[in-house]
Design a protein around this ligand. Structure first.
Ligand code: ADP
Length: 254
């Protein structure tokens, strides 16, 4: 039930492993730190990592008269989470489904979850542009969706990869909020200095070239990968990662 959701943000990436789910969870946790009520919908049916990243594995989704009750990260109920991971017997179970079954599941996720009055719903999608994406886009028609955030890395920062995502958004009528370059530079865990191990500025020039907004770059920070369920803006306030996340979230919600 998306009627009571004020803002919907999709998180997309051209490839897997670029940090899309990490960005989705840190976006959600940063928004919670800013005082918003937030939901995360994990529609990555074949690789649901949100329950792990939020340390919620083993939780069950309950069926109420109105629909599915999401899993909450804590008693404040400020962060609600829905993922196929909660419906599988164990983390290693694989979803081996053809398109129509995946489509039905995503539709149900979009129509049957009781999110309640939340400010932001972050939808973490699988890499690429597959059945799940088309179903999400089709089912968001008529619902207020702010748009998509595209996550990429310097290594795969080819114009073509990002352009495919942009073309997909344009074809399906989804606005593009902007581009995030993840794993840009490395934050030393000892001195917290950030070293640019790849060339700098690629994300910005690519965004300019493609005509989309550039939201910022996030460094490789081993501590962020280990935070699991905790917001880097709260746990590592002085880190370059926290500063970057804070600025990116400000740009997204402005
Ligand atoms: P995707 O959702 O794109 O497949 P994940 O978010 O699962 O990618 O990230 C892949 C791996 O990279 C994970 O182990 C995650 O902890 C790590 N990772 C992602 N972004 C960062 C970052 N900025 N700093 C350190 N590790 C990161």
């Amino acid at each position: 039930m998306l009627e009571s959701v004020k803002h919907i943000i999709l998180v997309l990436s051209g490839k897997g492993g670029v940090g899309k789910s990490t960005v989705s969870t840190q976006l959600a946790l940063t928004l919670v730190e800013k005082g918003y009520k937030v939901g995360i919908l994990d529609v990555d049916l074949c690789g649901p990592s949100i329950p792990y990243l939020l340390q919620l594995e083993g939780n069950d989704v309950h069926q109420a008269d109105e629909g599915w009750v999401p899993v909450y990260t804590d008693q404040t109920q400020n962060l609600a989470v829905m993922s196929i991971g909660f419906l599988l017997n164990n983390r290693n179970s694989a979803v081996v489904w053809r398109g129509p079954k995946k489509t039905a599941m995503v539709k149900q996720f979009l129509s049957d979850v009781c999110w309640g009055e939340i400010d932001y719903l972050i939808i973490d999608t699988p890499p690429g542009t597959s059945d799940e994406h088309i179903t999400v886009m089709e089912n968001l028609k008529g619902v207020k969706c702010d748009g998509a955030v595209i996550v990429t890395t310097p290594q795969e920062m080819s114009v073509e990869d990002v352009r495919k995502e942009i073309t997909f958004c344009k074809k399906t009528g989804i606005a593009i909020i902007g581009l995030i370059e993840n794993m840009s530079g490395f934050v030393c865990p000892h001195c917290t200095e950030c070293t640019n191990i790849f060339s700098q500025g690629g994300g910005k020039s690519l965004a300019d070239l493609a005509g989309v907004s550039y939201l910022g770059s996030l460094p490789i920070d081993p501590r962020v990968g280990e935070l699991l369920g905790k917001a880097c803006v709260k746990e590592l306030p002085e880190s370059p990662s926290a500063k970057a996340f804070g600025q990116i979230v400000d740009l997204i919600i402005k």
